[in-house]
Design a protein around this ligand. Sequence first.
Ligand SMILES: [Fe+2]
Length: 254
Amino acid sequence: MKQNSNTELPIDEEVEVSPGFIVERRSFMAVFGGMSLAMLSGTIAKAAIEESSDKNISFDQFLAQANPLAQKLVGDTSISGQELYLRSIAALTSKLHNIPVPTKFNNTGQGKKAEDYKIGFVPGGDPFTVLHWRLEPGAICTPHVHEYGNVVSVGIEGAVRISNYVSTDKFDYEKNETFQIKKTVDQLLTAGSANLVPLNMIHGFQAGPDGARGLDITTRLLPKPERSTPYLSIANKATDEFTGIYDASWAYKS
Ligand SMILES: [Fe+2]
C-alpha cells in the first residue's frame, strides 16, 4: 500500500459558532494522499472508540483522540457521513471527565433575563469548536436552524429538554406564511448524554428547575449565510401527534 501523506493547510477565520457568539480560531484542512479516506476514517474511528471504551478520559485526552478523528471524517457531509461524524464524537464524549470551565462566559441575549443563557469558549478543538453553555432554571434557547454547521450537545450537569425538528420540505427563508416541521427527537439531556444535530436540523432547549450545563461541539461545514439566525416560532400543539407535525413560522431577530 502506498504511504499516506497528509498536508495541513491553516485557515484563520472568525466563526459564529452559535447564534450571536463569534470566536476567532485557526483550523486546519487536511489534504490526504495514498490511503483512501474511508479506509483511514474507519480505522481511526474504531481505534479511537476502542481506546476510550474502558476508561475515563480527560478533556485533553478527548481532544487528542477527537481532533484527528474529526479531521478525517469531516469531509463527508452526506447524511450518513455526518451521522458517522457526530456519533463518533459523541462516543468519545461518553467517558469525558473533568471538563474545563471557561474563565469567561458571555450572555447570549436569548433568555428572558440577560443572565439566563451564557456561553463560554473552550479552546483546542479542530475542526470543531467547543462551547460550554449554562442555562439558569427554566431558561430557553430559542429553536433555530443549523444551516451551516452541525452540533453534538453533551450534558454535564442538571437537565435540559431538547426538541429537534426537520423540515417537511426544503426551507424557504423568505416565506412569511406558516409552514410545517416534523419533531424527530424529544430528549431530556442529562449528564453524559448526547444530542446530535446534523446540517439543516432545528434544535431548541429549555432547562429544568435546577438549570443545566453542557457542551456544544459545533463544526462549520458551509459558509455563513448573510441573513440573521433563522429562529422559529413553533406551535405548542402538534397538528398530527403521531407523526409529530407542527406549524411553524420564522421569527428572525436583528
Ligand atoms: Fe444551536
